[in-house]
Design a binder for this molecule. Structure first.
Ligand code: FAD
Length: 143
């Protein structure tokens, strides 16, 4: 059964850009092996991650991620059964919050500062699809 799980967590102090690259590399390696697709957003203080795949496999992956000391306060914000994947070509796509794409985050945010803990699961789903679409359009324009 195909499901999508979205959670947020807070980055731990002293997590370096190298540690972020390690997280992404490990995620891509493991997720490709496990048939998981998704996206990881990093705002500078908060992670927002979407994992899609088989229900048991996504559950197992999420429970492996939760105790990782490179983040804290993980909260599941949405969990849904889905008929298709949104990130079928990404074992774990990385989306950074930048001055250039800030407006795409704020479009779905109730506050002036984007905080996924304050957003509905539906708004986060729309926001991730919006971000992915613009990342795909950008990569096509530089191909
Ligand atoms: P290993 O081969 O044991 O480790 C891979 C690398 O990560 C090594 O460089 C190791 O030093 C380092 N590392 C592992 N655990 C820690 C730790 N607790 N603290 C510091 N460094 C560590 N894993 C996935 O498989 N899929 C995901 O989508 C995913 N998303 C993540 C999102 C976030 C925000 C975070 C913080 C972690 C995520 N992880 C993800 C990593 C996960 O928490 C585990 O570290 C990883 O799954 C362990 O896999 P492994 O046994 O193959 O890695």
């Amino acid at each position: 059964m195909l499901i999508r799980l979205t959670y947020a967590s807070r980055v731990s102090p002293d997590v370096s850009p190298t540690a972020l690259r390690d997280i992404l590399a490990t995620s891509q390696r493991n997720n490709e092996r496990d048939g998981i697709t998704g996206a990881l957003v990093f705002t500078g203080s908060v992670f927002l991650q979407c994992l899609e795949g088989d229900r048991a496999v996504v559950n197992r992956t999420y429970h492996r991620i939760v105790p990782d000391e490179r983040h804290s306060d993980p909260q599941i914000l949405a969990f849904e059964e889905v008929t298709r994947r949104d990130f079928s070509d990404w074992s774990m796509g990385y989306l950074a919050y930048t001055q250039q794409n800030r407006h795409r985050f704020l479009r779905y945010s109730p506050n002036a500062t984007f905080d996924p803990y304050q957003c509905t699961g539906a708004a986060l789903g729309d926001m991730l699809r919006d971000l992915v679409e613009s990342a795909r359009a950008l990569s096509k324009s530089v191909d």
